[in-house]
Design a protein around this ligand. Structure first.
Ligand code: FE2
Length: 279
């Protein structure tokens, strides 16, 4: 399904955007599935905030357990200093993660669309397996920034084999916090690694290389319409700003690896109870 030019672009630039590649009816079904999860979420039981501002030091058991569950995380700015919710629940959630593809039939059906497996095979995968999914809300006015990072810092395989797939569930613009990437940046070194001690479940983010993150003149804004899909290499530096606009910017992500590559035992995400999800 991908043209030779598209495959070359992915190899050369480190990412490939397919505009409006997902039928809008599929987008709507996924949004409804996410809405049902939010509806059932007991906000008083789990007040875990997802923020990247603290360099991932605050990851708790609720976060770690989400590798094999469907958990909701709050926007940092949705809680007052006293810990009280300042927004209605459906406008307070930062993201849902990370095993919806296994555990929620609406998400499973979305991920089973042939476009993902076919494109990954065109990009060279023999047996792509899906490790995690995230539904990201990027809420109006408070949707948190995701600082510059490379996904290979969090999802390590030997050899490196992870690809991220990012799907716009709403039009993504500079105003509502679209993705930014550095064309060719996938050839830059891995700057950080996040490892979790399997016994204590303590996570540590270490600097591996002090190459600076891309400046404004090196990064491009991926302003794409709803239904677009972006494939990107695990060494690609990427970032999204806080959403200060009045519009949300829902997105859905999948992260896959080659089944034959070794999944690091120090990755925070381990799925002994779920096994491999082949695409
Ligand atoms: Fe990322």
């Amino acid at each position: 399904m991908l043209s030779p030019e598209q495959i070359d672009q992915f190899r050369d630039q480190g990412f490939l955007a397919l505009e409006e590649a997902i039928p809008l009816a599929e987008i709507e079904r996924l949004r409804e599935a996410a809405g049902r999860i939010v509806e059932e979420f007991d906000i008083d039981a789990h007040r875990t905030v997802f923020s990247t501002a603290d360099r991932d030091s605050g990851r708790d058991h609720y976060f770690m357990d989400s590798a094999e569950a469907v958990h909701c995380f709050l926007e940092e700015d949705a809680l007052s200093a006293e810990g009280q919710l300042t927004k209605p629940k459906h406008l307070a959630i930062n993201k849902i993660g990370h095993a919806m593809h296994d555990l929620d039939p609406g998400f499973t059906a979305f991920c089973r669309q042939p476009i993902f497996g076919e494109a990954l095979r065109d990009l060279g995968y023999a047996d792509p397996v899906l490790w995690q999914t995230m539904y990201i809300f990027k809420q109006p006015h408070i949707g948190g920034e995701v600082r510059w990072h490379q996904d290979a810092s969090y999802l390590v395989t030997h050899p490196a084999s992870v690809t991220g797939i990012w799907i716009a569930l709403e039009d993504a613009t500079r105003e509502n916090g679209c993705l930014w990437m550095q064309p060719g940046g996938h050839r830059s070194p891995l700057r950080e690694i996040y490892e979790v001690d399997p016994d204590t479940r303590e996570g540590t983010l270490r600097t591996l290389d002090d190459t600076p993150w891309p400046g404004n003149n090196e990064a491009v804004a991926l302003e794409v319409p709803k239904g677009s899909v972006v494939f990107f290499n695990d060494h690609m530096p990427h970032y999204s700003s806080q959403n200060r606009s009045a519009r949300s910017r829902h997105a859905f992500t999948l992260h896959v690896s080659e089944a034959s590559a070794d999944w690091s035992k120090l990755n925070w995400l381990q799925r002994p109870g779920l096994g491999l999800f082949h695409l």
